[in-house]
Write a protein of this length. Structure first.
Length: 393
């Protein structure tokens, strides 16, 4: 046996997206690329903004001496300063490079945060539906996740949240805009979450961190304003990346931002920098740090996603699917017309449409559609989506 029983079990539990991806490849070989509509992956087909290529050209024509060397584990000072400036503009708070650690994507950032905070046996509270990797990330660092189910609107059930916090709770992890539901947390939700955290800190005499995983922060629609966590809880940390807002997921670039008002901030940031190093990341990729230093005020064209959302939402509701209109990110999470979301996803697959069952996100009874695809793929999927639901009407 080559691998541990634990990892074998994890691979079985956490492989929905990969499974659909692989089945998609097999289907495409069988029926032809243009006849299979893969809406299973959150891998944007959009290219990075033009300015990214301008910066890339500039640096390749005028390389900076030493730019590929090791650097301080927190990242390049000028990049961290640029990120701090961008965040200060966005939040109205005063960030400096001292509160920023550059990471290998949001996934790297979350692992660094969890490694730094968790003692063995401690927990993070997470909210379903959630990004499937959270459980594995917590396990990487000797911890675990406690899952709070949502109300009908995909917002946390606050009563269950309250009772989920115990003396072992080290953090609460939120994700807004949410993968897979596309829901964006409003002030009311965030303030309620933080009120409960404070109440529980007093009850247990503990310190609980609010960690916000926000790679989709800049992808929000309908002129919504993003509500930042910092004003609600001093012990708060953002983990994010440019995987989605600059369409650079393969470049593995993200950052951690610690609330400037966080108590014991110096020790916390030193811990984060140490873990960035000892997890083997050492530092975030150098070349891409140089580039994003000049791109903090740039985002992909969010209207492209908004148009895709409007189109698909209208089509799906007309077909009879029940779903909440996403406010951000590039996913939809319709209700499965039958209880068994895996069976329904299989039936969609038979009609050449690939989606991910909701149980892959801790919420059976739904399925996730990713619409960061070409319009032709979205349009092509409609026939299969309609045919599959029509059986149940
Ligand atoms: C909610 C959420 N968090 C984290 C990540 C990881 O992002 P990154 O590619 O920046 O590591 C993703 C990627 O899809 C995501 O959807």
């Amino acid at each position: 046996m080559a691998i541990s029983n634990k990892i074998r079990g994890f691979m079985e539990k956490g492989s929905w997206i990969r499974k659909m991806f692989e089945e998609g490849i097999a289907l495409k070989q069988q029926y032809g690329e243009e006849n299979v509509f893969d809406l299973s992956l959150g891998n944007p087909v959009m290219n990075p903004p033009e300015r990214f290529y301008t910066e890339l050209k500039k640096i390749s024509e005028n390389p900076i001496n030493g730019m590929h060397r090791y650097m301080p584990n927190a990242g390049l000072t000028e990049t961290r300063s640029a990120v701090a400036k961008g965040l200060s503009n966005e939040t109205g708070l005063s960030f400096t490079s001292n509160e920023i650690v550059m990471t290998c994507g949001a996934g790297g950032a979350l692992n660094v945060v969890m490694k730094t905070l968790l003692d063995p046996g401690e927990e993070f509270v997470i909210f379903a539906p959630f990004f499937v990797e959270y459980n594995f990330y917590a396990d990487n660092h000797g911890g675990s996740c406690k899952v709070v189910p949502p109300d009908e609107d995909f917002l946390p059930n606050m009563e269950i949240f309250r009772s989920s916090i115990n003396s072992n709770t080290k953090g609460v992890l939120i994700n807004s805009p949410n993968n897979p539901s596309g829901i964006v947390y409003a002030d009311k939700t965030l303030s309620e979450i933080c009120r409960i955290i404070k109440e529980k800190e007093v009850e247990f005499g503990t310190e609980i961190y609010l960690v916000s995983d926000e790679p989709y922060r800049k992808i929000i629609f309908d002129n919504l304003e993003y509500t930042h966590i910092f004003k609600y809880h001093d012990r708060s940390i953002v983990a994010t990346s440019h995987s989605k807002d600059l369409a650079l997921p393969g470049e593995r670039i993200g950052y951690i931002a610690v609330n400037p008002s966080c108590p014991d901030i110096e020790e916390l940031v030193n811990g984060l920098v140490f873990c960035n190093r000892t997890l083997g990341f050492v530092n975030a990729p150098a070349l891409i740090q140089h580039l994003i230093t000049h791109l903090q005020d740039t985002t992909i064209d969010v209207r492209v996603y908004e148009k895709k959302r409007d189109y698909l939402y209208k089509e799906l509701t007309n077909m009879g699917y029940s779903l909440i209109k996403p406010q951000g990110a590039f996913y939809m999470f319709p209700k499965s017309p039958i209880k068994d979301d895996v069976q329904f996803s299989e039936e969609l697959k038979e009609n050449k449409v690939l989606v991910v069952p909701g149980r892959g996100f801790g919420l059976p009874g739904y399925f996730r559609i990713s619409y960061c695809m070409e319009d032709a793929t979205i349009q092509g999927s409609l026939e299969g989506l309609e045919k599959t639901i029509s059986k149940y009407q």
